[in-house]
Design a protein around this ligand. Structure first.
Ligand SMILES: Nc1ncnc2c1ncn2[C@@H]1O[C@H](COP(=O)(O)OP(=O)(O)OP(=O)(O)O)[C@@H](O)[C@H]1O
Ligand SMILES: [Mg+2]
Length: 409
């Protein structure tokens, strides 16, 4: 018999380009988060992180959820839904209120007003806020204030990081979940979710850049002084690497993908110079060989370019100098041998693979870099449990109104 989900059950759903992944977490009384189930399905209806074939994607989601339900032995009613795509973007905004009577203590209602003010954004039409993340308060020009209540001042400001996306494109994954009678509790940018899975509080304090190298998209998030300072996404991922290999080595996509996984490298090591690989012959075609150095060159060029796009974006923000915990990689692309050394070279920072160990009870197969988003969604859910269970129905509100509905702060 299936158990009814208790309100301590949190499900993360990533509708990825290569896999749909549902992770079931259970929040124990002591606040410990246990992963009790996972379901996975090969994804057929997603390109560059967005649904392109609604029917196929919905069917795959259904299968992943059913598998997760079986393993966790409960019925999934709602999910924290990961979203991504080239349309998602982040920027920083500042809210400001002048305190009316000169020098007096700041109150809770002043704080609420400055939050409202920071939320007043000039987003282009057709866009919605996904996250409004508080960074820090500023009281009479003094920055870095975390709790302004009871301080004295004449002006209260709040810096926030805003993640937004195109409403029409955010609706599709919600619609897919709802068509399966699954409520969406909250919509979460995959880059934020992954960072929650792989970063410790200490790393967030020291400053870190998390890069999730997926198949269709690469998301990134920058933390410093424990808060999100910057987010971004580029519509380039492992599929592009495979594509480049298929084109450059003149092999079919399926063979290029296999070559990438079995013989790939993000660096060009001198020892591979002149080495070749013999490919098993395909029906009716003569035997072929592939130059390993060529293979590595194609991969390293694409991966280096991907990192460089991110590095250039970060250079504009001036944040690169504040990342004392370095670069943390996750996503399937972080499995490419040599990828850390390449990241170290491009960013001039130490790089490592993110571990999702911060959650206990991990099903062994889940402690892999491509599950960072799914696990991070569960983690996000655990942070927002109290709040979201009160209001719920985000997806139904989306259906009714198309504006300003994703705020999470
Ligand atoms: N050992 C490996 N070497 C190289 N690439 C790998 C390896 N393992 C997985 N990948 C690549 O990782 C990608 C899949 O990663 P992941 O599961 O994180 O993507 P996704 O979440 O489905 O996609 P996205 O987040 O872009 O929507 C694929 O491009 C795959 O080729
Ligand atoms: Mg992904």
């Amino acid at each position: 018999m299936m158990l009814k989900p208790s309100h301590h059950v949190i499900v993360g759903l990533e509708i990825g380009t290569t896999k749909i992944c549902a992770v079931v977490g259970r929040l124990q009384a002591e606040g410990v988060l246990n992963v009790v189930g996972v379901g996975q399905c090969r994804s057929r209806g997603v390109r560059k992180g967005e649904i392109v074939d609604f029917k196929a994607a919905t069917e795959d989601i259904r299968r992943a959820l059913a598998e997760a339900e079986d393993m966790a032995n409960l019925e999934i009613k709602s999910v924290f839904l990961g979203v991504t795509g080239a349309h998602v973007a982040g920027f920083n905004n500042r809210g400001r209120v002048h305190l009316p009577h000169g020098e007096r203590e700041i109150t809770e209602s002043d704080v609420q007003e400055v939050v409202r003010n920071a939320r007043t954004l000039n987003l282009p039409a057709g866009r919605d806020v996904l996250h409004l993340i508080r960074q820090h308060f500023i009281v009479d020009g003094r920055s870095g204030v975390t709790k302004p209540v009871e301080m004295e001042g004449e002006q209260l400001e709040l810096d926030v990081h805003v993640v937004h996306g195109m409403t029409s494109r955010l609706q599709l994954p919600i619609k897919a979940a709802r068509s399966l009678q699954i409520d969406v509790e909250e919509v979460v940018f995959n880059g934020i979710a992954s960072s929650l899975a792989v970063l410790s509080n200490q790393e967030k304090d020291l400053g870190a850049l998390v890069i999730d190298l997926g198949a269709g998209v690469t998301e990134y998030a920058v933390y410093s002084e424990r808060v999100v300072k910057h987010t971004g996404v580029i519509a380039v991922g492992g599929d592009h690497v495979t594509n480049d290999l298929a084109y450059g080595l003149k092999v079919p996509m399926s063979r290029a993908e296999a070559l990438k996984i079995e013989h790939g490298s993000a660096l060009m090591a001198p020892e591979v110079r002149g080495r070749t690989l013999r490919l098993p012959s395909e029906t009716g075609l003569p035997d072929r060989t592939v130059n390993l150095e060529h293979l590595h060159r194609i991969m390293s060029l694409r991966l280096e370019e991907t990192f460089q796009i991110i590095a250039e974006d970060l250079e504009r923000t001036g944040l690169l100098d504040y990342l004392r915990a370095g670069v943390v990689l996750c996503g399937g692309g972080s499995r490419v041998p040599g990828i850390h050394r390449l990241a170290e070279r491009v960013f001039g920072l130490p790089a490592s693979t993110g571990r999702t160990r911060a959650i206990s009870g991990l099903v062994a197969t889940l402690d892999q870099p491509e599950f960072a988003t799914g696990i991070g969604l569960v983690r996000f859910g655990s942070f927002h449990l109290g709040r979201t269970r009160r209001n719920t129905g985000l997806a139904s509100r989306i259906a009714r109104t198309l504006g300003g509905i994703f705020q999470t702060s």
